[in-house]
Design a protein around this ligand. Sequence first.
Ligand SMILES: NC(=O)c1ccc[n+]([C@@H]2O[C@H](COP(=O)([O-])OP(=O)(O)OC[C@H]3O[C@@H](n4cnc5c(N)ncnc54)[C@H](OP(=O)(O)O)[C@@H]3O)[C@@H](O)[C@H]2O)c1
Length: 281
Amino acid sequence: MKIFVYGGTGLVSGKLIELLLENGHSVIAGTRNPSNQKAVKNLEWVKVDAFEPKDGLKALEKVDAAFLLSPPGYTAQYDILNPFVEKAKEVKLKKVVLMTAMGVEFAPPEAPFRKLELALIDSTIPYVILRPNWFMQNFHTFWIEGIQKDLKIYFPGGDALVSFIDSRDISKSIYEVITTDSWKNKEFNLTGAEAISHEQVAKIMTDVLGKKIDYVNVDPNDFLNSLISAGLPEDYSNFLLYIASALREGHSAPINNNVKDITKREPIDFKTYVKDHKEKW
Ligand SMILES: NC(=O)c1ccc[n+]([C@@H]2O[C@H](COP(=O)([O-])OP(=O)(O)OC[C@H]3O[C@@H](n4cnc5c(N)ncnc54)[C@H](OP(=O)(O)O)[C@@H]3O)[C@@H](O)[C@H]2O)c1
């Protein structure tokens, strides 16, 4: 198959592209900087900026299916991605796989991420919507500075349990549903196989890394201020604060078997994630 992948240099899309190429598919991938990307056989880069999607939309004319995710930092997910849904309809793609986030199914229909999901569901294009829980990888991306500088995880998660998912399991799930005809017109939340608290995260990191890592249950307002002073837009920072409060209330604790059902393997556990990324901290 030939597949369009949005945000091709990112965590989830990057691993998805590797899986597609390894298995003989070809890819057109979106990035804001196509000229910075390495030439790879069967992989073409096109310029896609959130509000400048022209070349990405044109690429849909040349592919069988598309994977869409909303670039982090923006709350206008519908405005950014609905043009791709419209174009997919026009060129009659065989499938669109959309990644949103666990909990979006409960958002009001006018909330941008939910509005996008509903637009895809109503589009008549064969679709799969995947809603992952919080990524394990956040501990070496978003929260890395506190861990490196102070050996502390700063997050307003209280003692809530979270069924964190390894982003490699998300990429593998997308790979399976996009390349297999029978997965269509379905929605799946994706979780890890265990739910653990941030205190337990700190304990696992301490054991694996051999240095004491502590969890600090920061005040939500301090968390918000730290996001804004780190340069995140205010609306996106408020969005993160809102989903962190849902986590604190226990909404990120449920566990399901969807990763195993789709990929036919056990989800990666948190200890394995830390071992595999040891050098990051
Ligand atoms: N982190 C979590 O815990 C979590 C949980 C559930 C759902 N999610 C969802 O996961 C998605 C992010 O996935 P990810 O972590 O794999 O992404 P990522 O690694 O942060 O990057 C995605 C790509 O988006 C591209 N991008 C950034 N700004 C852009 C812009 N203005 N216009 C166009 N492209 C842009 C970047 O590519 P270039 O720099 O090459 O342009 C980047 O490689 C979000 O939709 C988020 O809601 C995250």
